[in-house]
Write a protein that binds this ligand. Structure first.
Ligand code: FE2
Ligand code: FE2
Length: 318
């Protein structure tokens, strides 16, 4: 494989996004600007009679061995895990964006301001997810375990090639777009506060996805085929690392579910729970990003073979 890559004459496409600019992205971000207090706290409370997560992500309705109330409880436990998983990923996005901005503070003023706005919004999102989690922990009645600690996970991910990390972040930004779109489809009635979280996150992540496309292009600039390929392989490795965490989170969610519902699952039911819910978690955090058309378009612009590689493995996470 290495020899083929050395011999071939393929050159990366010019790394200039025709779609996005720092100036336009900054202008769009400045128009949004919501506050955490507008979304949660005071009389804005989670409603535990309603599901939190879109069914396309939760996949609890297919677990017919659970009663409707038990499925709703599980959906809410998945919602709590969502707050924690996003808390985790935002913890490595924030330092990465700051490190990317830092060396060029004297350069393009729009670039500097757009990246600092991006970092500021991610710090706000970390705070937002924490605030929702505090509300949940206060009122749900059962403590739900989560994977971590976030700084250890961040350290493991940030030890990778910056282009691989930027691709992971791009994946996450486009994934968030899909999560909100899924929450407004169909006739499902979701808790208004949780839906508002997905909506407000989506509004700011739309700009992040564009900025991250520019970051990926900047980090890929001047790299040869082999370096691009190794970064994509590392992106796939990071996905595998996260998948191990999702399996563990599924186990935690099953234990939280049994405590919250008082239901003792049989061995067969536990097996089905793990199979359905691990795959649901894979789709929520891996498949929705890996198959997003805009993410795939960026991969294709780096190297068409890498788009194909990711498309080949994606079905395992859908
Ligand atoms: Fe975010
Ligand atoms: Fe983001």
């Amino acid at each position: 494989m290495d020899n083929i890559l050395e011999r071939e004459t393929w050159k990366p496409a010019p790394m200039k996004s025709r779609k996005y600019t720092y100036q336009e992205t900054l202008a769009a971000a400045q128009k949004i600007n919501w506050r955490i207090e507008d979304i949660i706290g005071g009389d804005k409370k989670l409603n535990y009679t309603m599901p939190f997560m879109p069914e396309s992500l939760a996949r609890v309705e297919r677990m017919t061995f659970l009663t409707p109330d038990e499925r709703r409880t599980l959906n809410q436990i998945r919602g709590h895990a969502y707050l924690c998983v996003f808390g985790l990923v935002e913890e490595f996005i924030l330092p990465f964006v700051m490190d990317h901005a830092r060396p060029q503070l004297q350069g393009d003023d729009y670039r500097v301001r757009a990246l600092l706005q991006f970092a500021g919004e991610e710090a706000k999102h970390i705070h937002l997810f924490k605030r929702f989690r505090e509300e949940f922990q206060r009122d749900f009645g059962v403590q739900c375990a989560v994977i971590g600690p976030p700084d250890e996970i961040a350290k493991a991910i940030l030890s990778h090639d910056p282009l691989a990390v930027a691709l992971t972040i791009l994946h996450i930004e486009w994934m968030t777009q899909r999560h909100y779109q899924d929450s407004v489809q169909g006739d499902q009635r979701l808790d208004p506060q949780f839906k508002s979280l997905l909506r407000h996150h989506w509004m700011e992540e739309a700009q992040h996805a564009k900025l991250d496309t520019l970051m990926v292009e900047a980090l890929a600039e001047g790299r040869g085929a082999r370096e691009i390929e190794s970064a994509v392989v590392e992106y796939i490795d990071i996905g595998g690392f996260l998948d191990g965490g999702l399996r563990m989170q599924t186990q935690f969610d099953m234990e939280s579910f049994m405590r919250a519902s008082g239901r003792r699952l049989t061995d067969g039911e536990r097996e089905e729970f793990m199979q359905v819910q691990h795959q649901a978690n894979r789709w929520t955090y891996l498949g929705t990003g890996m198959t997003h058309p805009n993410f795939l378009a960026t991969l294709e612009s780096l190297r068409p073979e890498m788009r194909k590689r990711v498309e080949q493995i994606a079905p395992a996470f859908c």
